[in-house]
Ligand binder design. Structure first.
Ligand code: ZN
Length: 306
């Protein structure tokens, strides 16, 4: 399968979910093997969408280079990989990718409207060398070698609108566009005050997130199991930071961006250590240390929502 980019430049503007600030994002075609690269207008800094660029995975995935940051890239990244767009130049005028409706659907619509072009180079899928597992207790992600890419997800939450949701998916472009891209992020009304105090969810509203009150969602659902669908969307977007499509079965239980990041770091390390690794490798703690050191903060346990 050949690599793809978009045919023509397109752009969109909106409010960031966490910063509450307006940003404009402009997409342009990019050359083969260049991958997805963010270019921040204010500083001119280029930030490749790779594992090495992750500076924070607390509630959202933030990329950064030399102090320049782009926050909340995951839904856009999911849209690109879900549509088969490998190479993309993204100029960001603002601190955060716009939330739009809280899902990947508006990015999918925009990128599809730009058209896609097949390029000269072949894709180089990544094969996971051995089973890997990150996390512990009721929160973990496991990845095992497989000929095809598959995500199986279990989400447990005591909130009555969520409960236990289980879904297993072999991605195709059509099922991505119709059944996963439209699944919106969600958050709990009771957490909103503390999140805003910590600089999170400042742009969050009923227009860009499912908001859960005491007993029910305050806005209507697009899917009965929209919550687990969104968790899968986030995982897909974070896995895209590997820069190549993976051939593996990813099994997750109550993950989040921090755990997704631990997984992609574990995959990278396993690829580097391929000949020395055997059996299930526990690399999650190391990856978490890396993230905390880079960010200079202590990770907070708990379900990473929004
Ligand atoms: Zn999300």
């Amino acid at each position: 399968m050949r690599q793809h980019t978009i045919r023509r430049a397109v752009s969109v503007q909106g409010v960031g979910l966490h910063s509450g600030k307006v940003s404009r994002v402009s997409f342009a075609p990019a050359s083969p093997d260049s991958g997805v690269v963010f270019r921040v207008k204010a500083t001119g800094e280029r930030i490749p969408a790779t594992v090495e660029s992750v500076v924070n995975s607390h509630y959202a995935t933030t990329l950064g280079v030399n102090g320049t940051r782009v926050q909340t890239v995951e839904h856009l990244m999911a849209a690109a990989i879900g549509l088969g767009v490998d190479n993309l130049d993204i100029e960001v005028d603002g601190p955060e990718i716009p939330a739009l409706d809280g899902s990947a659907k508006p990015f999918v619509t925009l990128l599809a409207s730009a058209g896609r072009v097949q390029q000269s180079e072949q894709r180089k899928p990544l094969t996971v060398p051995c089973p890997l597992r990150v996390g512990s207790g009721g929160r973990w992600i496991q990845i095992t070698p497989s000929d095809t890419f598959r995500i199986s997800y279990t989400l447990d939450n005591e909130h009555p609108a969520i409960g236990t949701q289980v879904l297993s998916w072999t991605p195709t472009e059509r099922s991505f566009v119709e059944e996963f891209a439209p699944a919106r992020t969600y958050g709990f009304l009771k957490d909103l005050g503390i999140m805003r105090k910590n600089g999170l969810a400042r742009g969050g509203s009923l227009d860009n997130a499912i908001v859960l009150g005491n007993g029910a969602a305050l806005n209507g659902l697009r899917f009965r199991d929209e919550f687990v669908r969104h968790k899968i969307l986030d995982l897909l977007g974070d896995l895209a930071l590997l820069g190549r499509r993976i051939r593996a079965h990813v099994v997750a239980r109550n993950g989040g961006h921090a755990l997704n990041f631990e997984l992609v770091v574990a995959v990278q390390r396993a690829l580097g250590l391929e000949r020395r690794s055997a059996g299930v490798v526990e690399l999650g703690a190391l990856a978490a240390e890396d993230a905390a050191r880079r960010e200079g903060l202590v990770r907070t346990p708990g379900l990473a929502v929004i």
